[in-house]
Design a protein around this ligand. Structure first.
Ligand code: MG
Length: 283
């Protein structure tokens, strides 16, 4: 690790601190973006209410100064995330809910259980096997492609609406693409005039946890030196493949075991996680 950051760290004894002290120092921080590293309106520099804050940015810098590799693990499309990472000074990332992994500038598609021989990308396989259309037909008027945020993806589809996910997956299981999977990404304001949720349609055998596990394997690192941070249920699945999972205050997963909550929401929660990481580093 490099030189420690010079900013003062708050004294804060907690179960998270104790847990981190029982593990080797964190070397990789896998973080969700929306609702975690970035706050209101997707801003790195805003709190959950939109008030200005530099805490997440300071945390990001402090983690990097401590030699921690920060890897965004996001549902954002890969081309957009590449630009986001450039702005943040980060190199590697996991995009499109784990269906795209970028390491050392090389973009890899993760097919999971999708058949590779059919098409060029997992997204095309979802379309050409009829999985996408089967869902749109079954939930006509209740589900649609989430434009413009879906555009340009290669690993999955991003949808918006209000559907029964179990019913949707039963339908997919009986379709021509039983390997397709719909997951709930949480409430969304993207469909004016109605309550709506965002959904990822992607191959089974993919997802954030699988991608993080593979990223750690490629780095030759054990789960114990990795911390993940997030807010959604999909983020929470990363707890199974890292030493420590930190859920920001606006998060939804069950806590316990190696999953801990922090007081701050969104950007401030990310900063809380980095503070804990650095406190453990100073042990
Ligand atoms: Mg999120």
């Amino acid at each position: 690790m490099n030189d420690l950051p010079s900013n003062e760290l708050p004294i804060h004894g907690s179960a998270l601190d104790e847990h981190l002290r029982s593990l080797p120092p964190v070397q990789v921080l896998d973080t969700d973006l929306d609702g975690t590293l970035v706050g209101s309106e997707g801003s790195l520099l805003s709190t959950v209410t939109g008030a200005p804050t530099a805490r997440a940015a300071q945390g990001l810098v402090a983690a990097r100064q401590a030699g921690v590799t920060v890897v965004p693990v996001s549902g954002r499309r890969h081309a957009q995330l590449a630009w986001d990472c450039r702005l943040l000074g980060l190199a590697d990332f996991v995009a499109e809910t784990g269906t795209v992994i970028c390491r050392d500038g090389e973009v890899q598609r993760w097919w999971g259980d999708a058949p590779k021989e059919l098409t060029g990308t997992p997204r095309e396989a979802l379309r050409e096997t009829g999985a996408l259309q089967a869902l749109l037909d079954a939930f006509d008027g209740e589900l649609r492609i989430y434009d413009p945020y879906d555009d340009g993806r290669i690993g999955e589809y991003l949808l918006i609406g209000q559907v029964d996910v179990r019913q949707a997956n039963e339908l997919l299981a009986g379709s021509g693409a039983p390997w397709a999977n719909l997951i709930d990404n949480g409430a969304s304001t993207g469909w004016p005039g109605r309550h709506a949720r965002a959904y990822h349609l992607l191959p089974r055998g993919t997802g954030k946890a699988r991608a993080v596990a593979e990223d750690l394997r490629l780095r030759g690192l054990s789960p114990g030196v990795a911390m993940a941070c997030g807010d959604s249920m999909e983020d929470w699945t990363m707890a199974a493949c890292v030493g420590t999972y930190v859920q920001v205050a606006n998060g939804h997963g069950a806590l316990g075991g190696n999953a801990f909550g922090v007081p701050g929401a969104m950007t401030e929660g990310f900063a809380d996680a980095v503070d804990a990481l650095l406190r453990a580093y100073l042990r």
